[in-house]
Each structure stands twice: as structure tokens, then as C-alpha cells.
Write a protein that binds this ligand. Structure first.
Ligand code: ADP
Ligand code: ASP
Ligand code: MG
Length: 445
């Protein structure tokens, strides 16, 4: 059971989480940092990198927040003292970075404090209620390899070893997000990575179910941050969920589906604020035909390579792909014409070098600040009207690329990011309502 930042965002919420997990079923509870904490730690890291003295004030401010949490969470003076002592040690560690050169490992250490704080405070609350529980240190089992991929064998071995130490315990609490790297240094699974921690752990222990508890009643059919009137989907297949998560549905970390899919463990999305609501179940089962959901991924760069030499030639695409491969840059979308190929990337670290090499094969054009709108469903190709509704919805949206037919389950559209809101709302209107009602964009009221 993984609980996100809002779910443990206040003393009140921590109490509800403990109430939710306190039953007889054996479980591992994975916690994120309390909401806002990781953002504060990112800010503090930035200031420490710059040698900016304001870091100290930010650290003090964050510590004050935690002192207030401790005062409210515990009824017992002894526990308050234990929790305060822990907080003081974590924040003194943060202060110790001030005034020294700041390294990447220091940054990972700073970012890890949020999860270390939330799990310890929650575990101490269990102690106060005399609930038998163990705080499992994620840094003793969660590890990534040299390519930044989870080291599944190591994770399984180490969790197994840890769990065997407590044969009678049913409730384990551990940190999401944080891990060690191949050299044993502290690292993390990228922003939003607690979901990924939970599904990796679920896979490692072959859990019956992986539950992601968050602040919304399941996977919605469109991004609720940009569209009003979105609805929760009851069932999704692993592939549908993976595609939506990869293409921007923030409810799940992009990589968090595969560990569940690989072990065929259902992934259940639930709302901590409304535990009775059914949520969304993600499994190997595919239900219903037609378009189910839309997601959007920003910060996309489109690259066009145009060359007369491509005409009737073979081997051209291979040469182009090899350039991206040599810079370990994944391609998301691709479309071709007889004399040009357009493709998109989101990792632009090596863009200059990639462009320089591509210029050997033709003229190269680059469009930045683009957004991929990903439309996902089951057997879309065979559903009457699907594609015509998409075109109708996007009548006034300048479309830069379309990818359709790569699978039966997906249509991807590339547009300028400034048209994202319009595209998401128009698609919502045509695909998920009767098309007549007008919808305002949230944030534009
Ligand atoms: P947590 O802190 O629990 O991990 P997140 O903020 O990472 O929560 O993810 C939940 C948020 O994801 C929701 O509050 C919602 O704003 C956003 N979101 C974006 N797309 C979707 C979607 N398709 N369905 C549900 N929520 C979505
Ligand atoms: N606390 C981390 C973050 O904010 C991990 C997570 O919430 O999943 O990115
Ligand atoms: Mg999240």
C-alpha cells in the first residue's frame, strides 16, 4: 500500500493512514514525503548549490513545519521527545551542507530527507498506538544499476532477508522514492518515484495486490488539472495504464506499471480521502472497446530530417535511429513522408550533438515546447467514429504530427504546448460528452 504526499500531508492524514493500514492483513506500507516537502528540499538544494545563505532560512522554515506536526501528532510526551530528537538530527544534517561545496550525492541526501521523516513519524505514531510494526530502511534493499534501472534480483534478495528477520510482524513501513545506486551512493527513482518503489516492492515479494492511495478517486479519463468534469475509469489494462502514465497522467509514475504487469499483480488506485470509493483496477484484463482516456506530455522537442536521398532509398531510417541510439535518447513519436521524417524526443541533453550528426543526412528543423496528446483505448481502430471525432475535436488546433496505427490502442497527436488546454478540452467534449455542452477550462474561470 503506497500513500502519496497529500495522503500523509498533515497529522490528521497520518492518523487516517494508520487507521487504514491497521488490520490483520500482512502488508508493506510505502510512504512519500509529506506534500510540499520534496519541493522545499529541491529549492534548498538549489540554494546550497549556489552557496546562497538563504538556504538556512528555508531549512529553518521547513523544520518549524515538522515541529508543529510533532506537537499535534503525538499525545504522549515520550514520543514527542523521540520524534523531536529525530527531526533535529535530520535538520542538523541539512544545515551541515551550508557553506561547503555541494555535490550531486549531497543533493540526493537532501532530497531523501522527506521520505525518511514521513516514515519515521508515522512509525512512531504506530508505536504510540501500540501497533506492532517495523520501519524497513528502503536504502537497505532498493537499488538501481549502472543504467539507472532497478536491480530486481538484489531488491528481491534483500527484501526477503529483511522480512525474514521479523516472522511475526504484519505491518512494515518503508520509504518510497529513495534508493542506492550501483556504487552504493544514495539516489532516487525520480520525482513521483514512490509509486515505482511500491510496484517494485510488490513485484519483489509477489504481493496479491499493489495499492496506490492518492488524493483522487482513481484514474480519470482526462487530466483533471486542465479539464473540468473528468471521470474515474473503473478498469484499465496494464498496457493502457502504462501508455497513459508514460504520456503524462501524473497519477502514476511513468515506470510504475511494468513491475506489476511483469508479475501479473493487479494495481489498485484508491482515494485516501474517500476509502469506500471503488477506485481503478489495473490488470491484465482488457475491458470495453473504444477510447477510454487522454493524457498530455509537455516539454517535447520535434525534429524533422529532410533529404532527397531518402527518396526510394533503404537504410535511411536506420542511420537516423543510430544517431539517437548512440546518444541514448529515446524517440517517442515518429511520422514519415517520402522525403522527410519527423520524430520527437523529451530528453534534450544531447540535442546539439544529435543535430550536428543528423545534418550529415539532410536538412534538420527543430520545434521546441511541443506537447504530445495521447489518446488511449481498446481496439480504437475498429471503433466507428473514433478517428473522425478526434479530427472534429481538433478542428481549430494546429497539429504538427499524428501517429495512428502503430497499435490498435493509441492515437498520438503533437501540437504546440500553447494549444494543449484547448486540445484536451475539445477532445473531452467530443469524446466523453455529447459534444454539445460547453466546458470551461479550469484556471480560466
Ligand atoms: P501522490 O502525491 O498521491 O503521488 P500525485 O499528485 O502524484 O499524488 O498524483 C495525483 C494527481 O494526479 C491528482 O491529484 C491529479 O491532479 C493528477 N492527475 C493527472 N492526470 C490524472 C488522471 N488521468 N487521473 C487522475 N489524476 C490525474
Ligand atoms: N516525494 C517524492 C516527490 O515528491 C516522491 C513521490 O512523491 O512519489 O517526487
Ligand atoms: Mg505521485
Amino acid at each position: 500500500m503506497k500513500f502519496g504526499g497529500t495522503s500523509v500531508g498533515s497529522p490528521e492524514r497520518i492518523k487516517s493512514v494508520v487507521n487504514l493500514v491497521n488490520d490483520d492483513k500482512p502488508k508493506i506500507v510505502v510512504l512519500s514525503a509529506m506534500s510540499g516537502t520534496t519541493n522545499s528540499l529541491v529549492k534548498i538544494s538549489g540554494l546550497l548549490y549556489d552557496g546562497n545563505k538563504e538556504a538556512d532560512a528555508e531549512i529553518d522554515q521547513l523544520e518549524d513545519k515538522y515541529k508543529a506536526v510533532v506537537n499535534e501528532l503525538y499525545g504522549n510526551e515520550e514520543n514527542r521527545k523521540r520524534a523531536s530528537g529525530f527531526i533535529t538530527r535530520r535538520f542538523n544534517l541539512l544545515r551541515s551542507f551550508s557553506g561547503h561545496p555541494f555535490t550531486a550525492v549531497d543533493e540526493y541526501t537532501v532530497l531523501a530527507q522527506g521520505e525518511l521523516l514521513s516514515t519515521t513519524l508515522t512509525w512512531l505514531y504506530c508505536e504510540e498506538l501500540e501497533i506492532d510494526s517495523v520501519l524497513l530502511p528502503a536504502l537497505s534493499f532498493m537499488r538501481i544499476d549502472r543504467n539507472g534501472e532497478p536491480d530486481s534480483y538484489y531488491i528481491r534478495e534483500q527484501i526477503d532477508r529483511e522480512l525474514k528477520l521479523y516472522p511475526d510482524v504484519k505491518l512494515f513501513i518503508t520509504q518510497g522514492f529513495i534508493c542506492k545506486d550501483a556504487s552504493g551512493e544514495i539516489s532516487n527513482l525520480k520525482r513521483g518515484g514512490s509509486d515505482y518503489s511500491a510496484s517494485l516492492i510488490g513485484n519483489a515479494i509477489n504481493a496479491d495486490e499493489i495499492q496506490i492511495w492518492t488524493d483522487i478517486d482513481g484514474f480519470h479519463n482526462n487530466d483533471p488539472r486542465y479539464v473540468k468534469g473528468t471521470k474515474a475509469i473503473r478498469e484499465l489494462s496494464f498496457s493502457e495504464a502504462a501508455e497513459l502514465a508514460y504520456f503524462g497522467a501524473k497519477i502514476l509514475h511513468p515506470a510504475s506499471v511494468w513491475p506489476a504487469q511483469e508479475a501479473d499483480i493487479p494495481l489498485l488506485l484508491k482515494n485516501t480521502m474517500e476509502p469506500e470509493a471503488p477506485g481503478t483496477i489495473i490488470s491484465s484484463k482488457t475491458v470495453d472497446e473504444g477510447i477510454k482516456a487522454i493524457a498530455a506530455k509537455d516539454n517535447i522537442t520535434a525534429i524533422k530530417i529532410k533529404s532527397g536521398r531518402m527518396l526510394m532509398a533503404y537504410g535511411f531510417l536506420r542511420k537516423v535511429f543510430e544517431v539517437f541510439e548512440s546518444y541514448q535518447t529515446p524517440i517517442d513519436m515518429i511520422t514519415t513522408s517520402e522525403i522527410a521524417v519527423s520524430l520527437t524526443i523529451d530528453n534534450t541533453v544531447h540535442l546539439d550533438k544529435i543535430i550536428r550528426e543528423l545534418k550529415l543526412y539532410g536538412s534538420v528543423g527543430v520545434d521546441r515546447k511541443m506537447t504530445i496528446i495521447c489518446i488511449v483505448g481498446n481496439n480504437i481502430m475498429h471503433c466507428k467514429d473514433s478517428i473522425s471525432k478526434v479530427f472534429k475535436a481538433l478542428e481549430n488546433v494546429p497539429v504538427r504530427m499524428i501517429s495512428y496505427g502503430g497499435s490498435r490502442h493509441n492515437i498520438s497527436i503533437l501540437t504546440d504546448s500553447e494549444h494543449k488546454l484547448e486540445a484536451l478540452n475539445q477532445l473531452n467534449k467530443y469524446l466523453f460528452t455529447d459534444g454539445r455542452k460547453r466546458h470551461n477550462h479550469p484556471g480560466q474561470d
